[in-house]
Design a protein around this ligand. Structure first.
Ligand code: FDA
Length: 305
């Protein structure tokens, strides 16, 4: 049943008509639990509150799968505005973005032009930028673009997904750049030809890449809500004398907020991924796919209204 629900929500997450409708009607169905608001002003207010509690942030202007250049340029403008807000309001925040919103599906030229504009602005305001990882069909291209940008800029990192078979090789290959990587389980619906179908194999591979990247001496963001992975990381860094300054935990806004604060109290760096904007639909559907309890929450919200 859980697997069926997961497939259903991942299928819905790609529906273009529903994505458009969602933009028109504003944050609905409990999406506000996971999305900080539709404007940068609302997101900045949320970030200030999180920062006050000792939480670091990475902000994301929601958007994906853009297929025309004007829209991709506009998306890049929004990311630049977010960077300027971080600088102006002195927010403890990095920036995250998706390559398909910067023009990945249009051409390398468009995506690179937009990325360079963003990374220049980010350099001015001392902001680190993480390129989120999307579905498998874009993974190779995203990594190649990351590599060329990393040769020009220090303030850029990307994400590696534990569910892919190619991942160990990617971690190995990327080591030459000593990148700051966010490691995750992976959020998209992938074929068993390219990704582990079983959760236990994904978890096993996740632990392997956490170890590899830390032992290679690279900065590692462990992005998960899974206590087993968090505890594994804590033990591993302790046993191997890896300093707290070489890694951080990351979680999504609205998910396990108490656990986020506990980790801060324990002395770990904890970064919260804060999405905002009108294009919340695909992001929200992936959160529902991850956890049936979230679906119950949404249904309750719908009945109450
Ligand atoms: P998983 O969903 O397997 O849950 C494991 C356990 O965690 C549960 O059994 C439960 O114990 C606990 N748990 C989870 N949710 C809970 C909740 N709401 N309340 C209480 N307990 C809960 N993906 C991607 O493909 N590309 C990307 O760029 C990113 N970026 C990204 C950034 C950040 C900061 C995070 C946290 C995640 C991503 N992801 C991502 C998403 C990631 O790939 C993955 O889909 C989700 O994090 C869910 O997997 P978990 O590791 O959290 O554990």
């Amino acid at each position: 049943m859980e697997q069926l629900l997961r497939s259903f929500f991942l299928f819905l997450s790609k529906n273009k008509a529903l994505t458009k409708a969602a933009k028109r009607y504003g944050l609905r169905f409990g999406a506000a639990r996971f999305v900080a608001g539709e404007t940068i002003e609302l997101a900045a207010a949320v970030i200030k509150e999180l920062n006050k509690k000792g939480l670091d942030v990475t902000i994301d202007y929601l958007g994906e799968f853009v297929d025309n250049e004007a829209e991709a340029n506009e998306m890049a403008d929004h990311s630049i505005k977010a960077i300027e807000a971080i600088g102006r309001e002195n927010l403890q925040s990095q920036l995250s973005l998706k390559m398909t919103s910067m023009g990945l599906d249009i051409s390398n030229e468009v995506v690179l032009r937009n990325m360079r504009r963003i990374l220049e602005a980010a350099k001015t305001h001392n902001v680190f930028v993480t390129i989120d990882m999307e579905d498998y069909s874009r993974c190779g291209k995203t990594i190649e673009i990351f590599k060329s940008l990393k040769k020009e800029y220090d303030n850029v990192g990307t994400v590696i997904q534990a569910y892919l078979y190619r991942t160990i090789k990617d971690i190995d290959d990327l080591n030459q750049f000593h990148p700051n990587l966010r490691l995750v389980k992976g959020a998209y619906k992938e074929s068993p030809r390219v990704a582990f179908p079983e959760k236990k194999d994904v978890d096993g591979n996740f632990k392997k890449i956490i170890k590899m990247h830390l032992v290679n001496g690279n900065y590692t963001a462990i992005a998960t809500h899974d206590d087993a992975i968090i505890e594994f990381t804590k033990r591993f860094v302790k046993e191997n004398n890896i300093p707290n300054g070489q890694f951080e935990f990351q979680m999504l806004y609205g998910i396990r907020p108490e656990r986020q604060l506990e980790l801060v109290k324990e002395g770990y760096k904890m970064r919260v991924y804060v999405p905002y904007g009108t294009d919340w639909y695909g992001y929200f559907m992936r959160r529902l796919a991850e956890r049936p309890a979230n679906v119950a929450f949404v249904l309750k919200g719908m009945v109450k209204k």
